[in-house]
Design a protein around this ligand. Structure first.
Ligand code: PLP
Ligand code: COI
Length: 348
């Protein structure tokens, strides 16, 4: 077992033992191999450096209460990577290959899987990149599919506490009919600068609106948006948001609670009518918002509207119940009635 303070883990890159790899060349994937060097060597003209031919996935492995290890819904991530790869014109790993390599990654780095009881997990990062040296604007014919992992705690530093967000009116995350619903690497760096400014002003997250009209909520820079209104779970229906596997799971959990789920356009002003609002995703799990500020520009001082929810780190009852249920299933504390936990063999 690695010498790690499991209670103090954040969410960051981490050098573990091994990366699991396969190369795509001449129309086929190579046999899976382990790289214990923890580095890649690429041609300087590799497509990924010049044309951002890169997409990735994010999943978590858990050590459950009964000692077994599991990965949460890897089939869904495999399908989403295939959809993204198709969008980028890249060859996609098969579902079987994706799951096998993810499982191999957990096994090869098992000493970094946090023990049960620390509210920590192992974040698994499958990455697909174009590596063929090229200048032409054509899909790369040579790729690497690599699966790496890192022990992970809470993305924002604390589990189930409330944080704040600012609406990005003068920045867009995704163009209409653009890449927003795909997990392409290039979707993320456009939010680095606004994130820096937002963090300097004390906000944790950025909430993006639909870029065409700025009337409706799309999603956060790192995660999906959902809100609670009475007995209803509301989440945006938009072609520009990533189809979150956590959100999909929470919608099912909400229905299991007897709640109504509404997937529809969410006007910004409706924030005033919600009892609770939160971010959800693999990294952020459920992160409730204490308040969301609407500003004409992130740079400026003017705040046009403040939407308040639960203050001082407090969390609403529905977010709390959803969080306990989803993490309860992941850690094997509650029955996995929907078959979401992909169990690794006993003894791992
Ligand atoms: N939205 C964005 C932009 C993301 O990067 C993520 C993280 O993967 C999500 C939403 C949440 O998706 P998931 O729940 O599948 O991790
Ligand atoms: C995840 O939740 O898996 C993510 O990829 C979020 C990350 C971009 C911060």
């Amino acid at each position: 077992m690695a010498n790690i303070n499991w209670d103090k883990l954040g969410f960051d890159a981490y050098e573990t033992n091994t990366v699991i790899l396969s190369h795509y060349k001449d129309g086929k994937w190579s046999p899976i191999r382990r790289s214990d060097e923890f580095s890649f060597t690429f041609d300087p003209f590799a497509a990924v450096f010049h044309y951002a031919t890169s997409c990735f996935e994010g999943m978590k492995a858990f050590r459950q209460k009964n000692g077994r290890a599991c990965i949460f819904r890897p089939e869904e991530n495999a399908k989403r990577m295939q959809r993204t790869a198709d969008y980028l014109g890249l060859p996609a790993p098969t579902k079987e290959m994706f799951i096998k390599m993810s499982e191999e990654c957990v096994k090869a780095n098992i000493e970094f899987l946090p023990p049960y009881g620390h509210h920590a997990s192992m974040y698994i990062r499958p990455l697909l990149i174009g590596m063929r040296p090229q200048m032409q604007l054509i899909p790369p014919t040579e790729c690497v599919f690599a699966v790496m992992c890192a022990p992970a705690g809470s993305y924002y530093g604390e589990n189930l506490s409330s944080f704040s967000a600012v609406i990005a009116r003068n920045y867009d995350r995704a163009a209409p009919q653009g890449s927003g619903s795909y997990k392409v690497g290039a979707n993320y760096p456009c939010s680095f600068k606004p994130y820096k400014m937002a963090h300097e002003q004390g906000y944790t997250e950025i909430l993006y609106l639909n870029s065409a009209t700025k009337q409706y909520i799309d999603e956060y820079g790192s995660s999906n948006f959902f809100a609670i209104k009475g007995n209803t779970y509301v989440t945006p229906l938009s072609d520009s948001v990533l189809p979150s596997i956590t959100n999909k799971s929470l919608q099912q959990v909400a229905m299991d609670f007897g709640m109504t789920v509404e997937k529809r356009k969410v006007p910004v002003e409706e924030l005033a009518e919600f009892d609770e609002a939160a971010a959800c995703g693999t990294a952020v799990v459920i992160t409730p918002m204490s308040h969301i500020d609407d500003k004409p520009t992130i740079e400026g001082k003017e705040v046009t509207k403040v939407y308040k929810f639960f203050q001082d780190g407090k969390v609403g009852p529905v977010c709390s119940k959803l969080y306990k249920t989803i993490t309860g299933i992941q850690f094997g504390e509650l029955p996995d009635t929907h078959g979401w936990c992909y169990m690794l063999p006993e003894g791992i």
